[in-house]
Write a protein that binds this ligand. Sequence first.
Ligand SMILES: [Zn+2]
Length: 536
Amino acid sequence: MKKQTLFILFLSLSFFSFAQKQKPSQPKLVVGIVVDQMRYDYLYKYWEKYGDGGFRKLLNKGFNCKNTTLDYIPAVTAAGHAAIYTGAPPGVNGIISNDWYVRKAGRRGNCVLDTSETPAFFSPCNMLTTTITDELRLSDNLKSRVIGIALKERAAILPAGHLANGCYWLDQKTNKWVSGKYYMKEVPKWVNDFNAQQYVSKYLSKPWTTLLPIEQYTESIADDNEFEGLQPGETKPVFPHNLPAISKGDTAAALRLTPFANTLTKDFAKEAIVQEKLGMGGVCDFITISFSSTDLIGHLYAPQSVEVEDTYLRLDKDLENLINFLEKNIGKNNFLLFLTADHGAALNPSYMTSKNIPAGYVHSAVIKDSLQNFLVNVYGKGDWVADVYTDQVYLNHEQIETKRLNIYNIQRQVADYMTRLTGVQTAFTTYMLTNSSYESGAGHLAQRGYNPQRSGDVIIIQEPGWLENAKKTGTNHGGVYSYDQHVPLLWYGWNIKNGSSVEDVSVTDIAPTIAAMLNISFPNGCTGKPIPALFK
Ligand SMILES: [Zn+2]
């Protein structure tokens, strides 16, 4: 061989070994966005009224996983946030609902409340597995930093994981962004400085009017209708909503029911990025942002309302502002952003029946009383039902054991009784969920949501369009059908190409997808898989 050829061979070999040693890169910042109660159809329903820089930018330049579902029940906030960030269903990660009946305590407990000390304090103690944010921290000996932000405690705490550097939510008593003793002794100075600006009072000093002239809200039904709830002091559910009058003495709670609370969340997140220099420290950091107002407004007014439409048009502006901020401060291809939802919501059942579509309401309290009477008739006197909550029946195990009855027989009888009730389609017992393997349908979703230590004895499945609601106005969510299960999943930024896919995706696939992109471990209870379409 000639000297020259040898030299070239040597050069290419040394380049090859250098390239081998070079670790694959990571983005400077991962931005996880959860829009609480965002139905998939909102992406397209309001398309023409969105600007170019918000939702439409994510769709036109990013990647749309069009067939993303929760793939478990209950479809509620805490379960959604935990499933997204742990890559595991509620049965595995332990967050089976926002709160659930705790048998040992004999009462309901909040999913993020640690009651091991008095006073109780907020923490991710009930989440049994790691999150993708935990795994990022563990991957580089805690150099990467994680901050979680949301109006609701659970929506800030569960995504940020067990190892969060900071976690903040809006306290409804003080109107301030706060954290808890699990995370820090006191909040940093920048948080106090932000709170000193009194944004809550400023936003509530003016009425909530529509962003566009109200006659342009043609995707929604008339502003004045019988399917919407009322804010305190209001006699009609119509614009303008007089926030100074509504908010008297109850300010942060009132702000939560306006789109301005999303703006406040976005501005606080931007401040956190600047002050904590997230994405500016030579490692990959992670910020989790959850927009909670969409859920509270959705519950009160339901998806067909002008209020919900206006909330999304304003959120679109907030997203545009956030994306522009990230592109300027972190760099266009330096951050990886995903946007999804923790659950959807049903259209208002009374609105549906007014259009001749079957729908209706069930009431837990009514179910509990009727079931108790049924069990007294069959088994005699006693408190047979401990709780009926989020479509779960908790039987009184002590009573059943004292009377030496077979619990599986009673569960079966309770499930049969449930299916006799109007609006109930079927019911699953503990025995069914632990002794069969459901590949699809409601049984599959119930099985993935079932945790033997925390779930009830019988899981109730309603008919399509039916929902648990104390009021006839507004809406709710939680069930097995597409309006609750189907959520947006958009990816944008670092290494994301433009496109879309209709492959089946579960929200539990989000965390392993990020893990594969970042070359770090999957969360320790993860059952999801990286989404192939994003790696083609
Ligand atoms: Zn929610």
